[in-house]
Design a binder for this molecule. Structure first.
Ligand code: GDP
Ligand code: IMO
Ligand code: MG
Length: 429
């Protein structure tokens, strides 16, 4: 196997960063292909914590290449902050190991302002976005009025497009949302810095991927967000504005469909959701609080407490099918320790009937009651387990049922945030 797409199978924050970092050991390239700095991927390496938002999680491994492909939207301010913070911690980031697509769209400051202003105006109907301007940036991409990273190479052209964009944006900001407008001179001052610092990193990342494929290099594709947040397949409108499903790698990175070799679904051993929207297995009582405290379930990007609940095999099975996952990487199994009883949702009850799919409209989904299978709990610290047989019987049974109900075999099991706290059952490269 020469390439693997790693994607989130629930509502995000499954532990994709840890899994990508772990697999990078045997990879040559790590590629982000959608989303932006709404993502927050946490890595624990030698007791040190790193939170990455735009830079692929492979960056911590010397000698590996990190690519931000064309399907990603890039906030240059956020990216520069991330580069500077990592560099200050001794991580090498140069145009020799980080490659940014010239086709990636830019998240402009007015996108962030519009994101926040729209959320404020929506009141109770707000989505609970990360406020990073992701939706407005993808809107402009689709409307064909977006600015791309490659435009930074020609600041006259950049200025011309910005003047045009501001006619509309300032009208919206000032006239409609009644928040302060944005000045061209301020944007151009920023653009000058972005151009100077970021153009050396620009390249045709799709061609780099083709060359890597030709050489037989090992490529890891790092998904952000998750299937239930997918613009087309998630709980619309409580979704993000990109496509986190694995197949999105074909568009976002430029990989032909037949060239995808491995697809790994990252599955948290329970469910979490940050932001608003349907969550059938949500636990609003003490078990939810137990998971939030033990699992340290607070957003990597915004610090918001994550809503917690039981694992939902309807959701995971849907992801396995939509993405063609060949294995599951189950994370945070250690967090379940201490609960007297575990539950996995197997179906939903809707109007007295059992269904095993996710209704498209959120009003119907909100009426779904999960049907649970109850399993025995375990009360053992799992962090030292390195083989599946190191796990107590109840934990193994839980994993087996989760895998059976989800329709894919286990590829690895994570029992702690650190690299070594992992049980590997399937080698990817
Ligand atoms: P991502 O967005 O999918 O990369 O996930 P996040 O980084 O936002 O959230 C996952 C959190 O769980 C991070 O703080 C990780 O360090 C942590 N984590 C990952 N795997 C495990 C695990 O197996 N056990 C525990 N206890 N924590 C984990
Ligand atoms: P990672 O990659 C969890 C959620 C937001 C909100 C919705 C839309 O770390 O798993 P957006 O800012 O994208 O317009 O917000 O999507 N969201 C995430 N939730 N993990 C993420 O990324 C997320 N990225 C966006 O909370 O509900
Ligand atoms: Mg995250």
């Amino acid at each position: 196997m020469n390439n693997v797409v790693v994607f989130g199978s629930q509502w995000g924050d499954e532990g994709k960063g840890k899994i990508v970092d772990l697999l990078t050991d045997k990879a040559d390239l790590v590629v982000r292909f959608q989303g932006g700095n709404n993502a927050g991927h946490t890595l624990m390496v030698d007791g040190e914590k790193y939170a990455l938002h735009l830079i692929p999680s492979g960056i911590l491994h010397p000698g590996k290449l990190a690519l931000i492909a064309g399907g990603v939207v890039i906030d240059p301010e956020g990216l520069l902050k991330e580069i500077d913070a990592l560099t200050a911690r001794g991580i090498t980031i140069t145009p020799d190991n980080l490659f940014i697509s010239e086709k990636a769209h830019i998240v402009m400051p007015y996108h962030r302002l519009l994101d926040l202003a729209r959320e404020n105006l929506q009141g109770v109907n707000k989505i609970g976005t990360t406020g990073r301007g992701i939706g407005p940036a993808y809107e402009d991409k689709a409307a064909r009025i977006g600015l791309r990273m490659g435009d930074l190479r020609n600041l006259d052209y950049f200025r011309e497009k910005t003047v045009h964009a501001l006619l509309e944006k300032n009208h919206l900001l000032n006239g409609f949302y009644q928040v302060p407008s944005v000045k061209l001179v301020d944007l151009m001052a920023l653009a000058n810095v972005w151009a100077e610092r970021l153009t050396p990193f620009l390249s045709d990342t799709a061609r780099l991927i083709q060359s890597a494929l030709g050489r037989g290099d090992h490529i890891l594709f790092e998904g952000a967000q998750a299937v239930q947040l997918d613009l087309d397949h998630g709980n619309y409108p409580f979704v993000t504005s990109s496509n986190p499903i694995a197949g999105s790698v074909t568009v976002g990175a430029g990989l032909a469909p037949g060239k995808i070799e491995g697809v790994l679904a990252v599955v948290k051993a329970y469910s979490t959701r940050v932001g608003l929207g349907p969550f059938p297995t949500e636990l609003k009582e003490e078990t939810g609080e137990y998971l939030r405290t033990r699992g340290v379930e607070f957003g990597t990007t915004t610090g918001r407490p994550r809503r917690c609940g039981w694992p939902d095999s309807v959701v995971i099975r849907n992801s396995v099918e939509l993405c063609g996952a060949d294995h599951l990487a189950v994370t945070k199994l250690d967090v379940l320790a201490g609960l007297p009883e575990l539950k996995i949702a197997t179906q939903y009850l809707l109007d007295g009937e059992k269904i095993d799919f996710i209704p498209a409209d959120i009003q119907t989904l909100d009426c779904c009651q999960p049907v649970y299978e109850k399993l025995a709990g375990f009360n053992v610290d799992l962090k030292k387990a390195r083989k599946i047989t190191d796990l107590p019987k109840a934990a193994r049974y839980f994993l087996d049922r989760l895998s059976e109900l989800s329709g894919a075999p286990l590829g690895l099991v994570s029992v702690g945030p650190n690299r070594e706290e992992t049980i590997i059952l399937h080698e990817y490269f």
